[in-house]
Design a protein around this ligand. Sequence first.
Ligand code: F0G
Length: 389
Amino acid sequence: MSSSPVDASGVWRFRELLPALDGPPDSVITLREGNTPLYELPRCARIAGVPRLLAKHQGMNPTGSFKDCGMTVAATFARQAGFRWVACASTGNTSASMAAYAARGGLHSLVLVPEGKISWSKLSQALDYGAVTCQLRTDFDGCLTLLQELVRRAPVYQLNSINPFRLEGQKTIALELLEQLDWQAPDHIIVPGGNLGNSSAIGKALLEMRDLGLISRLSKLSVIQAEGANALVRTLRETGGKQLVSVQAETRATAIRIGNPASWKKAAHVLETTGGACEQVSEIEIAQAKAEIGAEGIGCEPASAVTLAGLKKLVEQKFVSPEETVVLVLTGNLLKDPDFTIEFHRGELFQRSPDETASAALAPLRRAPIVLDATLDAVMQTLEQAEKS
Ligand code: F0G
């Protein structure tokens, strides 16, 4: 019931399971992150063919993505270690989150993002929170390589998910989820995979909870990637997880447009230890799943919707059986990428797609805005038509 910031934060209230703070409790940089809702998705459950489907909505965090759970911890330790500058390479969400926490903590922040390949919403957050924002003419992987060289030359602290404090903070996503489920582990937890930090963090939390006796069995943690950014899928299929297969990433789910994931070894280990699966889904499957989640009144960004698209595949493959409980981790808010949503509903997203049949399946999900004369008749007619369809 305490109203102190460390207790009100959904991350720091688990501080016994986080690295120990050097300073007093009020030395944390917090925006009251975490404490995110767990929603039932009954219609998506029916579509996927499972009895109970839950969504842990990380898009309800202060900057609209799960990154805040790691960033509060990493920014706090950056300041504690005496750094004045923090920096990251990003597909958008990390930069938005880092810029916010840096601003709250009185730190300077440097953002490297691929030019033209992140959503305006995410870019606008970094600008508003005062980051020095560089749009580099390369992809995410190019930004990350450059950042790694930069931190060797300049006294800036790296806040990408290879930063161990980020992963420690992101563990609380799983801690909070299990608390919401009265410490009864669900059969499956499904997360999107990009740079693979989040799957590693959630997996680490599951193992720690089991070792502490908080849960009696492990949930299977599965990772879903976009077909066009499927480095982990290929790494597991082609080398048995021994060597990274990098890819030239391309997907409209720009948050996970990553071809050379930094934490692939950790993620492969987590999949093996928990018995999870790794799948890939197409652009059309992502768009369809996103609209189905939206139609439940929840909404998420494209990268988050790979979880539902992947679940459908895992049910088809009988990896998830019809009586099992599944939790999807929705990593980002619907408002993170409005262009994707608007293009989808206007029927403009797959104009050049060769897969006509699959894109026809999307038609019933579309709700294009209707431009009308401002007359009562026009609106009444539209209402009547909508009622019939
Ligand atoms: N979902 C969203 C909305 C993301 O922003 C990201 C990653 C992921 C999933 C994948 O998580 O990298 O831990 O496997 N976004 C990073 C960024 C890369 O820069 O914002 P991951």
